[in-house]
Design a protein around this ligand. Structure first.
Ligand SMILES: Cc1cc2nc3c(=O)[nH]c(=O)nc-3n(C[C@H](O)[C@H](O)[C@H](O)COP(=O)(O)OP(=O)(O)OC[C@H]3O[C@@H](n4cnc5c(N)ncnc54)[C@H](O)[C@@H]3O)c2cc1C
Length: 406
């Protein structure tokens, strides 16, 4: 098969990238391993999606459906579902679908494969390995799609958004969520989720606390938990036992970069290093959505993917302008990462997306090139769990740009 742009992954990022690549003039093939488009949104049946993009409050499946019908109606997009991408090699995408192995030759490729969850093994969770230890995404799929309950007495490890949402979901389905343990001193989830999913249901959230050991032979019987010191080591004198039959893990997401293993990635996000066109170290390979960095709002995934799809399409059509010198963008004081990782020298606006290292109250975020201040933004209250956007004028910057809390 030959096409101009291949988009891998049919979640919100993939669908938006495909639509935008087609609108910009390219022929697109969109490949999705699942039988339907929509990605993780298909299992997120709660509301709160689309407030920024559609200015309406939608559920995950409703949000996905709006893009799915646009993709299906677009004659320039060929959709291959039930098709897994197994390898990418120099603009050649190897797929496995109903005809067995095939190859698609493209001018540009967009990676939009999302994330996978960190498991008990990934975090070296101590104790036995009985039935009843599940990741939050698997719990979400079992309850929302398969209609199966995962347990009655639940403990949640990690306060990421999926864990918070599952605390509410499991409570509504009749389980007792005894506690959420967070090893850090702040949550990596959205403040609105802490209020709406924990506080509204009187579910306690313990900071600087973790599970020391899982106990149980066939099924989880309980956990030993307690506080940790500043090096995240257990403080044994705080050890307590909590009886439960299920442990839900919400301990982070890992970008699905396995089919493009030689791409240069960022140590902090695990996603590819991209420039302001969402181009990786290989000019024909683009990246967007959760595979690039974990987003808190799917609306931002859609906006980012539209950009990546447009630039991939321009590249495939030979219309992406040749650029000037590349200026590195670096996360400075108080900032954990900034995207894009480089911008091109010249004039014009650029939008940075970043996360803070710690909670910040009434501080300025600045972007500077040497002594030249390129932009400033007042942050009334910022937390690591919420992505910040920061638009600046390049103003002829000619060297490294540092983005930091003043
Ligand atoms: C388990 C889980 C639950 C979540 N729950 C929520 C929530 O409740 N609320 C919320 O706001 N956000 C939630 N998120 C965040 C949510 O994933 C993002 O907001 C958004 O869905 C990211 O879009 P995406 O398109 O980048 O990734 P995804 O939605 O994950 O889509 C990626 C797609 O790529 C496909 N794919 C992956 N590898 C291949 C391959 N090799 N070949 C072909 N296809 C492939 C996958 O099947 C999937 O359809 C959740 C994330 C996860 C991982």
């Amino acid at each position: 098969m030959k096409t101009q742009v291949v988009v891998i992954g049919g979640g919100p990022a993939g669908m938006c990238a495909a639509l935008s690549a087609s609108k910009t003039g390219a022929k697109v093939v969109l490949v999705e391993r699942d039988e339907v488009l929509g990605g993780i949104l298909n299992q997120c049946i709660h509301n709160g999606f689309g407030l920024h993009y559609f200015h309406e409050e939608l559920t995950g499946p409703e949000f996905a459906h709006r893009f799915r019908i646009m993709v299906e109606a677009d004659k320039n997009i060929k959709v291959l579902t039930n098709t897994l991408v197994t390898k990418i090699e120099d603009k050649k995408v190897q797929i496995m679908g109903k005809n067995g192995f095939e190859e698609i030759e493209a001018q540009a490729v967009v990676l939009a494969m999302g994330c996978r969850e960190r498991t008990a093994g990934n975090i070296s969770l101590c104790g036995t390995r009985p039935m009843g230890i599940v990741t939050a995404g698997v719990a979400q799929k079992m309850v929302n799609i398969d209609g199966k309950m995962i347990g009655k007495d639940i403990v949640i490890l990690g306060s990421g958004d999926i864990g918070l949402i599952m605390a509410r979901r499991l409570t509504l389905e009749g389980a007792k969520v005894h506690a959420v343990f967070e090893i850090n001193s702040t949550s990596s989830g959205l403040r609105r989720n802490i209020m709406q999913c924990l506080e509204d249901f009187d579910i306690p959230l313990f900071f600087n606390t973790t599970i020391f050991e899982v106990v149980g032979k066939d099924r989880v019987e309980g956990v030993y938990y307690g506080q940790v010191d500043k090096n995240f080591q257990p403080i044994e004198s705080t050890r307590k036992f909590l009886k439960c039959d299920t442990v839900v893990l919400s301990v982070g997401l890992i970008p699905e970069m396995y089919i493009a293993p030689d791409t240069i990635t960022c140590k902090t996000t695990g996603g590819a290093i991209v420039n302001e066109f969402y181009q990786t170290d290989k000019p024909w390979l683009f990246c967007c959505g959760n595979i690039l960095h974990v987003h808190d709002l799917v609306d931002n995934v859609a906006l980012e993917a539209e950009q990546a799809g447009k630039f991939a399409s321009l590249y495939a059509l030979g219309k992406l302008p040749t650029q000037s010198k590349s200026l590195p963008v670096v996360a400075g004081e108080g900032v954990s990462y900034v995207l894009p990782y480089s911008v091109f020298e010249g004039q014009g606006k650029v939008e940075f997306k970043l996360r803070l290292k710690t909670k910040v109250v009434r501080k300025n975020l600045v972007a500077k090139c040497g002594a030249n201040i390129l932009g400033k933004k007042f942050v009334l209250a910022g937390v690591p769990g919420e992505m910040l956007k920061f638009e600046i004028e390049k103003n002829g910057a000619s060297d490294k740009i540092v983005v930091e809390i003043e």
